[in-house]
Design a protein around this ligand. Structure first.
Ligand code: PMP
Length: 304
């Protein structure tokens, strides 16, 4: 094996990454006709094993995204699962990784309304060192896409232009990232993560009908909070002012994991440090993700 050589698994074929091409006139490029999943793999040195977190849930959501976006294909979830495992094995990764499964409409020169042919490509990258410091956020002047416009529940690449506008604005104004309000004025989510508040010992988070992605980490956090820590969890519409007065706030997502929010619109969340409930959820989440907690091994797929 050549060290540092990278691969892509395209419709089940293992290719050198540089050989996984797409036409510049493909609908995926011209019209963002693509949906994807991002997932993480955690290396457990004492198990000598790499675990992919929530692989089945990610693949299920990929198929839901393709359905909503009316992709015409004949893939099945088990096949895509095997391709994902093959991608990691091709790299012999024995470190934390991040992965991307991308489904896209690819014709040499396609129109906006093409339903196929669809390709699925899986890639894998070394994870790098996650940043876990508190975030300084603002409320964006951009609203979150609405299900009457672009369904936020599905993970369509096009939705990320909404997030991009908000990130660019936030960074220009000196913030790390942004929170969105929905078109009906309720708190939605961040540009690539879900939001949770802690108020009087209870967890509060926007429910999935408030213009958010149906986040897999969010579902995991809900389960950990309820089942492991016996916390009351309320999924409901959240007002902007509730974020300013919360005792704790954090973002969660595959990439963010569980990341504390230090301030919003320059208003400090409590004292700006990670709060005790966020801390215990984060500690447990990271332990479970790496396979160091025997109670949630069903969330993990062993690669080797
Ligand atoms: N919201 C948005 C807009 C996202 O892009 C992501 C990242 N996929 C999340 C929430 C978190 O979702 P998940 O936990 O499934 O990664």
């Amino acid at each position: 094996m050549e060290i540092n050589k990278r691969f892509a698994v395209l419709n089940g074929n293992v290719l050198a990454l540089e050989d996984a091409h797409i036409s510049v006139l493909s609908p995926a490029v011209k019209y963002a006709a693509s949906v994807f999943e991002g997932l993480r793999g955690y290396w457990n040195a004492s198990h000598d094993q790499l675990y992919l977190l929530s692989l089945d849930a990610h693949i299920k959501r990929l198929f839901e995204s393709m359905k909503v976006m009316r992709f015409s294909h004949s893939f099945d979830p088990e096949q895509v699962k095997q391709w994902t495992l093959e991608t990691v094995r091709a790299h012999h990764h024995r470190q934390d990784i991040t992965m991307r499964i991308l489904a896209y409409v690819d014709t040499p020169d396609g129109n906006q309304g093409e339903a196929g042919p669809v390709n699925i490509v899986v890639t894998s990258t070394l994870g790098g060192k996650p940043v876990r410091t508190g975030l300084n956020l603002c409320f964006s002047t951009w609203a979150r896409v609405d299900s009457r416009i672009m369904p936020p529940r599905v993970k369509s690449v096009a939705n990320y232009n909404n997030g991009r506008l908000a990130i660019m604005e936030a960074k220009t104004n000196g913030y790390d990232n942004a929170l969105f309000l929905s078109l009906d004025g309720k708190v939605a989510e961040s540009t690539g993560a879900s939001l949770f508040l802690v108020v009087d010992g209870k967890l509060i988070t926007p429910d999935v009908s408030h213009s958010i992605l149906d986040s897999i980490t969010r579902r995991t956090v809900l389960r950990i909070a309820r089942e492991r820590f016996n916390l009351e969890v309320i999924e409901r519409g959240v007002d902007r002012s509730e974020v300013y007065t919360a005792d704790e706030a954090f973002l969660c997502g595959t990439s963010s994991e569980i990341r504390p929010v230090a301030s919003v619109d320059r208003i400090t969340v409590n004292d700006g440090n990670i709060g005790p409930i966020t801390q215990k959820l984060q500690t447990f989440y990271l332990k479970a993700a790496r396979g160091d907690d025997a109670t949630h091994l069903e969330w993990l797929t062993a690669v080797y």
